[in-house]
Design a protein around this ligand. Structure first.
Ligand SMILES: Cc1ncc(COP(=O)(O)O)c(C=O)c1O
Length: 433
């Protein structure tokens, strides 16, 4: 690991790295955040049973200072040093020579990202659209599927606004109806949802739209079975994968949704404003393009549905690097590591008097998104104390619906910082905040 006085940051000279940051117009944080820098060293091979030393080497791929434990992957993940480096190189290259001649190769780079995405999700490049994020991808589906009076869309109560409010708004506009199925807490088991969907789908239902892993309390939905039921009833399925893409070893050839969506800047640890929309080959003729402009993709559905005008190609190149890092570490290893850290949180906090854990302790029903209500502690004060006193970043969930704090650990989190977060919550539960 390079120390603070090292002249290099993730393979960049300090001067170049400062310029990279300046590219984003945020040069002020380089001074505040430069106390720790990542290693440019290659990762060791992932051991059969990865130990903490291995996860420290993984952490060294990220620029987050070692004293800061941000346990908030469900919201936004840091990009790794290889991603930063790739984006810097590509941005500098284009800005040094923005001629069409020099930029021609960016079209190739975009197709490379598409191929890597297809490989990652175990589908074909012809079925992949590179979007800005999950919100955009979800809306491309709700705007692109032709629906009208007499048609019905079935959703769940626990969907992100981009997969709930979006449907409701379009229903108002186009005259179809939206049926919302309840999501009980604690997780009632997969059979409950299978049964609920079997009963809910009618001859009018055109789309079933649900979230693979909820962002609220981390309920894992039986995606494969729900997509199968939809398929058998000739209903289109939209699987919102914002919380599983880059966390679980998702295999779309097995789950077989019609549409799957995700964001690079969440669990994949890629660039901001890059995302994915998978459109199953069997459904290419079921969705209209939402945005029509120049610079489409070169294969499959991207030739008609990915003309978004001028794009941020360096972000897409960064996306590639993120997928490569995940593949190098190992998808199964990442899934397992994140879940182990989450299980630690559930076990430890579940045993604290007054703490109500909303997330299922059953690893078959949850993954790495853990929400809990810390007694009567004021959430804002608790979150501020955790950040300022204990150097822990996490999400707060206000409101009446299973409010509290959310810890969502990922493969860059060390066990020691998850333990520090747990210890700090225990401390504030005992002494107040
Ligand atoms: C389930 C789910 N869907 C969609 C989104 C939207 O993601 P983005 O803001 O990257 O578009 C989120 C964000 O947290 C989410 O949790």
């Amino acid at each position: 690991m390079n120390g603070p006085s090292s002249g290099r940051v993730g393979g960049l000279s300090r001067r170049d790295f400062a310029r990279l940051v300046a590219v984003g117009g945020a040069s002020s944080w380089i001074a505040a955040g430069s106390t720790w820098v990542p290693s440019a060293e290659a990762l060791p091979p992932t051991p059969a049973a990865p130990n903490e030393a291995f996860w420290e080497a993984v952490r060294d791929q990220f620029v987050m200072p070692r004293d800061l434990g941000v346990i908030n992957a469900a919201n936004l993940c840091p990009s790794s040093a290889p991603v930063l480096q790739a984006m810097y190189d590509a941005t500098r290259d284009i800005d040094r020579d923005p001629s069409p001649n020099n930029r021609e190769k960016l079209g190739e780079a975009k197709e490379t990202t598409r191929s890597l995405l297809a490989e990652f999700l175990r589908v074909t490049p012809e079925e992949i659209l590179i979007t800005r994020n999950t919100s955009e991808a979800n809306n491309m589906v709700s705007s692109g599927v032709q629906l009208g009076a007499g048609d019905e869309v079935v959703i769940f109560a626990d969907n992100h606004p981009s997969n709930k409010r979006a449907w409701e708004s379009k229903a108002e506009r186009f005259g179809f109806t939206v049926t919302e199925l309840p999501v009980p807490n604690p997780h009632p088991g997969p059979e409950y949802y299978i049964d609920a969907v079997e009963k809910a789908l009618t001859s009018r239902t055109r789309v079933l739209s649900f979230t693979h892993l909820t962002s609220t309390v981390g309920d894992l939905f039986p995606a494969r079975e729900l997509c199968r039921i939809a398929r058998e009833r000739e209903v289109l399925s939209l699987l919102d994968g914002a919380q599983t893409f880059g966390l679980l070893d998702v295999d779309l050839s097995d789950l077989q949704p019609d549409f799957y969506t995700g964001s690079a800047h969440k669990w994949p640890c890629g660039a901001k404003e890059a995302g994915v929309l998978f459109v199953n080959q069997r459904s290419h003729d079921k969705i209209w393009p939402t945005i029509l402009s120049a610079y489409t993709g070169r294969v499959g559905i991207s030739r008609t549905h990915e003309g978004f005008g001028q794009r941020d190609e360096p972000a897409m190149i960064g996306f590639s690097e993120a997928l490569k890092l995940q593949t190098t570490v190992g998808r199964q290893a990442i899934e397992q590591r994140s879940q182990e850290l989450a299980q630690l949180v559930i076990r430890e906090l579940g045993a604290v008097d007054g703490v109500k854990v909303w997330t299922s302790p059953n690893p078959a029903l949850s993954s790495a998104v853990v929400s809990f209500q810390p007694g009567n502690l004021d959430l804002r004060k608790l979150s501020a104390a955790l950040y300022e006193n204990d150097r822990i970043g996490c999400a707060t969930r206000g409101g009446a619906d299973r409010g509290g704090l959310r810890f969502s650990p990922h493969f860059y989190n060390l066990q020691s910082e998850v333990e520090r977060a747990i210890g700090a919550v225990k401390k504030y539960m005992a002494q107040g905040v």
